[in-house]
Design a protein around this ligand. Sequence first.
Ligand code: ZN
Length: 219
Amino acid sequence: MFESEKEQLVEVSLKLYNEKLIVGTWGNLSLRVKDTDGKSLYIVTPSGMEYEKTTINDLIVLDEEGSIVEGIRKPTSELKMHMRIYEEREEINAIIHTHSTFATAFAVAGVSIPMIVEDMVQHLGGDLRVAKYALPGTDKLADYIVEALSDRNGTLMKNHGAVGIGKTLEDAYKAAMIIEKTSKIYLYAKVLGHVHLLSVEDAQKMIEYYNTNYGQNNM
Ligand SMILES: [Zn+2]
């Protein structure tokens, strides 16, 4: 069931691993798919497995209640967070949680990232907030993440990492990459001493343009 989607998930997790956005067994991915009756199912990565060794047979398929439909592994320990995001954000079909270095540095410092570069504003929908801290795997953490993701496709997670979401897995991957790249740029700009922000007005125009005209899909 959903072989090509599973292959895509394994492929993206390896790309994240090679980009060092996920290290060891930390970080997790999920994808929302529809079954033949149009019901939502969720493909998630297993808990505590090395990404280099993970194959499509290690992925787990769950239904909306969180019951396992297919798979022999235990699902990711951040399952609650993934399910809460899907519940809250109907347009979102892919979630990537990373422990990437620069994003986590800001999450540890508790410093949110203002609107500094165009791709961030366009793809993530604005600044990067820092979601409040709660222990991993808890309902509380899921609530804080959903709150910080409001009108955004990414957020930092206090003392933990980052989350990037998207309509497709490719979009979520782009979000995860942009979060890390923006964090890096912000740190460098701070070191250089001057941080010029994009104006709220320009940012708003970019978000509107990106959502309606950008790319090859709106010709
Ligand atoms: Zn984590």
